[in-house]
Design a protein around this ligand. Structure first.
Ligand code: ZN
Ligand code: ZN
Length: 348
């Protein structure tokens, strides 16, 4: 099969490698489409301590090509359109036992990040990928692999929003109008929130308004914290979702959060450094500061439901679709600071 093998950061080539063979409890998936994630970009730029060679791509969707001998044929058949839950959850550790499989202790130790003797990675940038049958979720209706490839990023956003108990009419501030920020906008609207977006690029602010934001602001002009307070009767936003990696913005996000509100650190922070927080205000205003990383199985399944039932349409967030032979052009597009989701297509 053909796979986009990264021999070292910045060097990806479409390479012929053996097609993987599913074990008894595994399925072979023929990949239709695979999204490029910020994590793939950091990997490409050499910003991760993973082992190489490596095949990236965790936002993939495709069809079942073959089933292992022990896979339940009542549940899975060749030709079904599927996605895979991408956390290598061990189902045995403390976090797996307490409903937090998204932070399973074993996941960081898996072959996804380091492989002593072979290729590391999620391996979705390839014609075929192997998955455990119990990690597979089936789409009944949605036909487009490109839309299905949004399952993972949208699941991350669902996990983020489910850290917050949003009630109708409350104020939700989304910091950053990129793909993840705008997915927050679309889903928060469905939750009945009034959504405010803070984003320096004008075109992105316009897109946020199109996708359901009620208010937008440019944080590069004037005092962004004050602007949020003005829009929210002086209180700040009930819920703040920070999708931006800069440490200074994280500190600002907490200041934008209302009393009794919650601030979710959705983005990872780069560079990773401490940020000053007013702990006295967190105390006296009962502000909650939390984080959200990767989806739980439940959030992943909810994302499948949202896409499969047509309850949300990620089409406006597609920057471009590239054939796997055009990976360099795809990555160059994804590297542009203004681009939304870039999708790589496999097969015809
Ligand atoms: Zn992703
Ligand atoms: Zn675990």
């Amino acid at each position: 099969m053909q796979a986009l093998v990264m021999s070292e950061p910045g060097n990806v080539k479409l390479t012929e490698i053996p097609t993987p063979v599913p074990g008894p409890d595994e399925v072979l998936i023929k990949v239709g489409a695979s999204g490029i994630c910020t994590n793939d970009i950091r990997d490409y730029l050499g910003d991760c301590d993973y082992s190489y060679p490596r095949i990236g791509g965790h936002e993939f969707a495709g069809t079942i090509e073959a089933l292992g001998s022990a896979v339940d044929a009542r549940r899975f058949q060749a030709g079904q359109r599927v996605v895979k839950y991408i956390i290598e959850d061990c189902k045995e550790c403390y976090f797996c036992h307490t409903g937090h499989e998204n932070i399973c202790e074993e996941h960081p130790r898996s072959r996804i990040f380091h492989s002593e003797d072979g290729i590391s990675g999620y391996a979705g940038f390839a014609e075929y990928v192997i998955a455990k049958a119990d990690d597979i979720m089936v789409f009944e209706h949605e036909e487009s692999f490109i839309k299905m490839a949004f399952t993972e990023p949208m699941a991350c956003v669902i996990n983020s929003i489910e850290c917050t108990d949003v009630h109708f009419g409350q104020d939700c501030l989304v910091i950053g109008g990129g793909t993840m920020g705008l997915l927050h906008v679309m889903l928060l609207r469905l939750r009945g929130a009034r959504v405010i977006v803070s984003e320096p690029m004008e075109a992105r602010r316009a897109m946020a308004l199109e996708l359901g934001a009620s208010e937008v602001l440019d944080p590069a002009e004037g005092d962004a914290v004050r602007k949020v307070r003005v829009l929210t009767g002086g209180r700040g936003a009930d819920f703040v979702y920070n999708t931006v990696s800069h440490p200074a913005i994280a500190a600002q996000a907490v200041r934008m959060t209302a009393a009794c509100g919650t601030c979710v650190m959705f983005s990872s922070i780069h560079p990773r450094e401490d940020v000053p927080l007013d702990a006295g205000r967190i105390h006296s205003m009962q502000v909650t500061v939390t984080g959200a990383v990767s989806p739980t199985i439940r959030a992943y399944f909810e994302s499948v439901q949202m896409l499969d039932k047509g309850l949300v349409d990620p089409t406006p967030l597609i920057e471009g679709v590239f054939d796997c032979t055009e990976f360099q052009a795809a990555m160059d597009t994804a590297l542009r600071p203004d681009s939304y989701k870039v999708i790589v297509r496999f097969g015809a």
